[in-house]
Design a binder for this molecule. Sequence first.
Ligand code: AMP
Length: 417
Amino acid sequence: MNFKSIKGTRDILPGEVETWQRAEDVVRRVMHSYNYREIRTPVFEQTELFARSIGELTDIVSKEMYTFHDRSNESLTLKPEGTASVLRAYIQHNLGEQSPLTKVYYLGPMFRQERPQAGRLRQFHQFGAEALGSQSAQLDVEMMLIALDVYQGLGIRQFALAINSVGCQRCRPAYKQRLTYELTKVCDRLSTESQARVKQNPLRVLDSKDENDRRLTKNAPLMKDHLCDGCREHFKSVESLLRSTRTDFRIDGRLVRGLDYYTKTAFEITSPALGSQDALAGGGRYDLLVQELGGKPTPGVGFAAGMERLIMVLKKDRKDLTDRFRPDLFIASLDETTREWAFVKARELRTAGFAVELDYLDRSVKSQMREANRLQARFVIVIGERELTSGSARLKEMQTGKEAPVMLEALEKVLKT
Ligand code: AMP
């Protein structure tokens, strides 16, 4: 039987993984520059945690979760997103007691049983951040800037930031009622999916991708025009901070996002280099969520960004860094004795911080040289009995082809230069 990876999952092979590592390095550097600390939460949680936070009626919870019962018959779910777990940990470990503002980030796999296509997988990876404990609009903008700094740090120049406000519990109910009233008038002409949403989650009808839905709801009222004073002020601050930091953005009154927990700010970053799944990152404020999950009332804001889509953009821009990993030295050896010497020397150099490779397959010197070339080793050294006796050998710089004699004792020093 030939085993294959599960539909919607991917292997990240050597060659591609270097691009991932480079991107992850930049994510960590940017997160640290904004003083976010890493948090690692388990891959699975109680199902109820996601139902409660993301919302029973969302696509994620109603259709896409990997839910199973373990042997004690507890319902568990592979995490479809990061925020719920971070908040669960925040509450469980009383992080709010330790400091009035908690800033954390994560990087890791998420699971959703969606229809796989380019840029949409069933196991995918996200990096994201959460700031808990402040209502400041500066943090809303900080989330956008972190994501943008990561993209810019990786040399990606083309992306678009869209923002909106989805209101709060004070202004949303009245608006929702008004919207439902307007949508009911055209309900029987909407797509089946939107028809179902009119009653359950009318805001989501606005971000339907269906052309006909869009036409029918062209004049529907928008949340951003029905905000209470607090939400309006907050939205203005977000806009003003984006301007002060010279960040391009546009307001998209239809931007809602698929998770129920957002209040006030919602945002999305898209890339023109991607196809129909063009969202690179999304996030927003969720001032009621900690309380909803059993914690003390604590405002929060966060974002999540897809790694696979980021890598797709890097590849398109030819910014994938497949040749980043190169050994510093390849030790080619001629016989059993020199092979053992090479093994010991390699260990010595490796502990000194160098990447060293050698031959494990008893190959001819010629094919060892070929291998060193394939690996793009910086230097190659050939060790035979003569070299061991004399304590010196010729070190060849692969790129220039230049050779120079080197004392074996001094190899480490020479590699350092
Ligand atoms: P969300 O948690 O749905 O707001 O998604 C945040 C980001 O994660 C999106 O903008 C995508 O970049 C990425 N993403 C979400 N779902 C998937 C998926 N099924 N496959 C790959 N990337 C995804």
